[in-house]
Design a protein around this ligand. Structure first.
Ligand code: SF4
Length: 233
Protein backbone atom coordinates (compact mmCIF):
# COMPACT_ATOMS: atom_id res chain seq x y z
CA UNK A 1 0.00 0.00 0.00
CA UNK A 2 2.73 2.55 0.84
CA UNK A 3 4.43 1.80 -2.48
CA UNK A 4 1.12 2.56 -4.25
CA UNK A 5 0.95 5.99 -2.62
CA UNK A 6 4.64 6.60 -3.43
CA UNK A 7 4.04 5.69 -7.08
CA UNK A 8 1.10 8.09 -7.33
CA UNK A 9 3.04 10.92 -5.69
CA UNK A 10 6.17 10.51 -7.77
CA UNK A 11 5.21 8.85 -11.07
CA UNK A 12 1.61 9.96 -11.20
CA UNK A 13 -1.68 8.40 -12.16
CA UNK A 14 -0.52 7.84 -15.74
CA UNK A 15 2.06 5.29 -14.58
CA UNK A 16 -0.37 3.68 -12.14
CA UNK A 17 -3.14 3.28 -14.71
CA UNK A 18 -0.79 1.63 -17.15
CA UNK A 19 0.27 -1.07 -14.69
CA UNK A 20 -2.97 -1.51 -12.72
CA UNK A 21 -4.18 -5.13 -13.09
CA UNK A 22 -7.85 -4.17 -12.76
CA UNK A 23 -7.54 -1.49 -15.44
CA UNK A 24 -5.98 -4.18 -17.66
CA UNK A 25 -8.73 -6.68 -16.87
CA UNK A 26 -11.45 -4.15 -17.63
CA UNK A 27 -9.94 -3.70 -21.11
CA UNK A 28 -10.09 -7.42 -21.99
CA UNK A 29 -13.62 -7.18 -23.52
CA UNK A 30 -12.36 -4.33 -25.76
CA UNK A 31 -9.28 -6.30 -26.82
CA UNK A 32 -11.45 -9.31 -27.70
CA UNK A 33 -14.14 -7.22 -29.41
CA UNK A 34 -16.76 -8.31 -26.87
CA UNK A 35 -18.01 -4.88 -25.85
CA UNK A 36 -21.76 -4.35 -25.69
CA UNK A 37 -23.13 -2.50 -28.69
CA UNK A 38 -26.54 -1.05 -29.39
CA UNK A 39 -28.27 -0.93 -32.76
CA UNK A 40 -29.15 2.47 -34.19
CA UNK A 41 -31.31 3.10 -37.23
CA UNK A 42 -30.81 6.30 -39.18
CA UNK A 43 -34.37 7.69 -39.55
CA UNK A 44 -33.58 9.36 -42.88
CA UNK A 45 -31.59 6.71 -44.70
CA UNK A 46 -32.90 3.67 -42.79
CA UNK A 47 -29.33 2.45 -42.43
CA UNK A 48 -28.62 0.30 -39.40
CA UNK A 49 -25.37 0.63 -37.50
CA UNK A 50 -23.91 -0.76 -34.31
CA UNK A 51 -22.80 1.76 -31.70
CA UNK A 52 -20.62 1.33 -28.62
CA UNK A 53 -22.51 1.89 -25.35
CA UNK A 54 -20.99 4.59 -23.12
CA UNK A 55 -22.02 6.00 -19.75
CA UNK A 56 -24.51 8.72 -20.71
CA UNK A 57 -23.40 12.24 -19.81
CA UNK A 58 -26.50 13.05 -17.74
CA UNK A 59 -26.98 9.60 -16.22
CA UNK A 60 -26.98 9.09 -12.46
CA UNK A 61 -23.63 7.33 -12.72
CA UNK A 62 -21.99 10.18 -14.64
CA UNK A 63 -23.28 12.77 -12.15
CA UNK A 64 -22.53 10.84 -8.95
CA UNK A 65 -19.56 8.65 -9.73
CA UNK A 66 -17.21 10.45 -7.33
CA UNK A 67 -19.56 9.85 -4.38
CA UNK A 68 -20.10 6.25 -5.47
CA UNK A 69 -16.38 5.59 -5.80
CA UNK A 70 -15.67 7.13 -2.42
CA UNK A 71 -18.44 5.02 -0.82
CA UNK A 72 -16.99 1.88 -2.42
CA UNK A 73 -13.55 2.86 -1.14
CA UNK A 74 -14.94 3.23 2.38
CA UNK A 75 -16.77 -0.11 2.19
CA UNK A 76 -13.67 -1.82 0.78
CA UNK A 77 -11.48 -0.51 3.62
CA UNK A 78 -13.99 -1.56 6.31
CA UNK A 79 -14.35 -4.93 4.66
CA UNK A 80 -10.60 -5.32 4.69
CA UNK A 81 -10.19 -4.47 8.37
CA UNK A 82 -13.16 -6.49 9.55
CA UNK A 83 -13.16 -9.58 7.35
CA UNK A 84 -10.64 -9.87 4.56
CA UNK A 85 -7.37 -9.33 6.45
CA UNK A 86 -7.87 -12.41 8.57
CA UNK A 87 -9.69 -14.87 6.33
CA UNK A 88 -8.30 -16.50 3.20
CA UNK A 89 -11.70 -17.47 1.85
CA UNK A 90 -13.03 -13.94 2.34
CA UNK A 91 -9.92 -12.56 0.59
CA UNK A 92 -10.36 -14.97 -2.33
CA UNK A 93 -14.04 -14.10 -2.72
CA UNK A 94 -13.33 -10.37 -2.43
CA UNK A 95 -10.66 -10.46 -5.16
CA UNK A 96 -12.75 -12.70 -7.43
CA UNK A 97 -15.76 -10.40 -7.08
CA UNK A 98 -13.61 -7.34 -7.87
CA UNK A 99 -12.11 -8.96 -10.97
CA UNK A 100 -15.55 -10.01 -12.23
CA UNK A 101 -16.90 -6.50 -11.56
CA UNK A 102 -14.08 -4.92 -13.65
CA UNK A 103 -14.72 -7.40 -16.49
CA UNK A 104 -18.48 -6.78 -16.40
CA UNK A 105 -18.13 -2.99 -16.51
CA UNK A 106 -15.60 -3.36 -19.36
CA UNK A 107 -18.20 -5.38 -21.26
CA UNK A 108 -21.16 -3.08 -20.52
CA UNK A 109 -19.54 0.31 -21.20
CA UNK A 110 -16.84 1.46 -23.60
CA UNK A 111 -13.52 3.19 -22.87
CA UNK A 112 -12.11 3.00 -19.37
CA UNK A 113 -15.51 3.21 -17.68
CA UNK A 114 -14.35 0.96 -14.84
CA UNK A 115 -11.50 3.33 -13.95
CA UNK A 116 -13.51 6.51 -14.53
CA UNK A 117 -16.85 5.68 -12.93
CA UNK A 118 -16.56 2.69 -10.57
CA UNK A 119 -13.02 1.91 -9.38
CA UNK A 120 -12.67 2.74 -5.64
CA UNK A 121 -8.98 3.52 -6.17
CA UNK A 122 -9.80 6.50 -8.42
CA UNK A 123 -10.43 8.86 -5.45
CA UNK A 124 -7.00 7.93 -4.06
CA UNK A 125 -5.45 8.72 -7.43
CA UNK A 126 -7.13 12.11 -7.40
CA UNK A 127 -5.90 12.92 -3.90
CA UNK A 128 -2.26 11.98 -4.48
CA UNK A 129 -1.71 12.49 -8.19
CA UNK A 130 -3.74 15.60 -9.11
CA UNK A 131 -3.22 18.15 -10.39
CA UNK A 132 0.03 16.41 -11.17
CA UNK A 133 2.70 14.23 -9.65
CA UNK A 134 6.41 14.97 -9.46
CA UNK A 135 7.28 13.23 -12.73
CA UNK A 136 3.94 13.47 -14.53
CA UNK A 137 4.13 14.38 -18.19
CA UNK A 138 2.73 17.82 -18.93
CA UNK A 139 -0.10 17.39 -21.39
CA UNK A 140 -1.61 20.69 -20.17
CA UNK A 141 1.38 22.77 -21.31
CA UNK A 142 0.62 22.46 -24.96
CA UNK A 143 3.31 19.89 -25.77
CA UNK A 144 0.44 17.74 -26.92
CA UNK A 145 1.25 14.43 -28.45
CA UNK A 146 -1.52 12.63 -30.31
CA UNK A 147 -1.46 10.07 -27.46
CA UNK A 148 -0.91 11.65 -24.06
CA UNK A 149 -0.47 10.33 -20.52
CA UNK A 150 -2.44 7.11 -19.96
CA UNK A 151 -4.85 7.69 -22.82
CA UNK A 152 -6.49 4.56 -24.26
CA UNK A 153 -4.37 3.20 -27.07
CA UNK A 154 -3.90 0.29 -29.37
CA UNK A 155 -1.08 -0.94 -31.59
CA UNK A 156 -1.33 -0.98 -35.39
CA UNK A 157 -0.13 -4.03 -37.39
CA UNK A 158 3.11 -2.16 -38.15
CA UNK A 159 3.79 -1.62 -34.41
CA UNK A 160 2.73 2.04 -34.06
CA UNK A 161 0.68 3.20 -31.09
CA UNK A 162 -2.71 4.60 -32.08
CA UNK A 163 -5.35 6.35 -30.01
CA UNK A 164 -8.29 4.14 -29.05
CA UNK A 165 -10.17 6.94 -27.29
CA UNK A 166 -13.95 6.71 -27.49
CA UNK A 167 -14.57 9.80 -25.30
CA UNK A 168 -16.02 7.90 -22.34
CA UNK A 169 -15.44 10.94 -20.09
CA UNK A 170 -14.70 14.59 -20.71
CA UNK A 171 -12.37 16.03 -19.59
CA UNK A 172 -10.40 12.83 -19.07
CA UNK A 173 -7.73 12.35 -16.39
CA UNK A 174 -5.96 9.93 -18.73
CA UNK A 175 -5.55 12.56 -21.43
CA UNK A 176 -4.76 15.60 -19.29
CA UNK A 177 -4.78 15.12 -15.50
CA UNK A 178 -4.28 18.81 -14.74
CA UNK A 179 -7.15 19.96 -16.97
CA UNK A 180 -9.47 17.40 -15.41
CA UNK A 181 -8.48 18.60 -11.90
CA UNK A 182 -9.23 22.27 -12.58
CA UNK A 183 -12.45 21.42 -14.36
CA UNK A 184 -13.79 19.68 -11.25
CA UNK A 185 -12.34 21.99 -8.61
CA UNK A 186 -15.71 23.50 -7.67
CA UNK A 187 -17.60 20.21 -7.78
CA UNK A 188 -18.95 19.64 -4.22
CA UNK A 189 -18.35 15.90 -4.60
CA UNK A 190 -14.66 16.53 -5.23
CA UNK A 191 -14.48 18.82 -2.20
CA UNK A 192 -16.17 16.17 -0.05
CA UNK A 193 -13.63 13.67 -1.32
CA UNK A 194 -10.69 15.74 -0.08
CA UNK A 195 -12.15 16.31 3.39
CA UNK A 196 -13.57 12.79 3.61
CA UNK A 197 -10.22 11.22 2.78
CA UNK A 198 -8.62 12.89 5.80
CA UNK A 199 -11.40 11.52 8.04
CA UNK A 200 -11.15 8.05 6.58
CA UNK A 201 -7.39 7.95 7.12
CA UNK A 202 -7.71 8.98 10.76
CA UNK A 203 -10.54 6.48 11.30
CA UNK A 204 -8.60 3.66 9.64
CA UNK A 205 -5.64 3.92 12.01
CA UNK A 206 -7.64 4.91 15.09
CA UNK A 207 -9.77 1.77 14.78
CA UNK A 208 -6.79 -0.37 15.86
CA UNK A 209 -6.21 1.86 18.88
CA UNK A 210 -9.88 1.66 19.87
CA UNK A 211 -9.84 -2.09 19.49
CA UNK A 212 -6.67 -2.79 21.48
CA UNK A 213 -6.30 0.29 23.69
CA UNK A 214 -2.72 0.87 22.52
CA UNK A 215 -0.84 1.64 19.30
CA UNK A 216 1.42 -1.41 19.75
CA UNK A 217 -1.32 -3.63 18.40
CA UNK A 218 -1.34 -1.93 14.98
CA UNK A 219 2.45 -1.83 14.75
CA UNK A 220 2.78 -5.52 15.69
CA UNK A 221 0.77 -6.66 12.64
CA UNK A 222 -1.03 -9.23 14.84
CA UNK A 223 -4.38 -8.09 13.40
CA UNK A 224 -3.50 -9.80 10.13
CA UNK A 225 -3.54 -13.22 11.81
CA UNK A 226 -6.47 -12.94 14.16
CA UNK A 227 -9.93 -14.30 13.85
CA UNK A 228 -12.53 -11.81 12.63
CA UNK A 229 -11.84 -8.74 14.83
CA UNK A 230 -15.43 -7.49 14.71
CA UNK A 231 -16.61 -10.64 16.49
CA UNK A 232 -13.91 -10.25 19.12
CA UNK A 233 -14.62 -6.58 19.73
S1 SF4 B 1 -8.69 8.23 -23.27
FE1 SF4 B 1 -10.77 8.40 -24.10
S2 SF4 B 1 -11.66 6.34 -23.92
FE2 SF4 B 1 -9.80 6.38 -22.65
S3 SF4 B 1 -10.51 6.90 -20.60
FE3 SF4 B 1 -10.01 8.85 -21.58
S4 SF4 B 1 -11.91 9.57 -22.55
FE4 SF4 B 1 -12.20 7.39 -22.03
Amino acid sequence: MPSGVFMLFVLGHEFWRRICPLSFISQIPRALGWERKRTRVNPRTGKVRKELVKVAKNSWLARNHLSLQFALFFLGLCNRILFVNSDRLALGLFLTFTILAALTVGFLYGGKSWCQYICPMAPVQKIYAQPRALLNSTAHKGDRQPITQSMCRTVSPDGKELSACVACQSPCIDIDAEKSYWDEIDNPQQQMLYYGYVGITIGYFFYYYLYAGAWDYYLSGAWAHEENPILLF
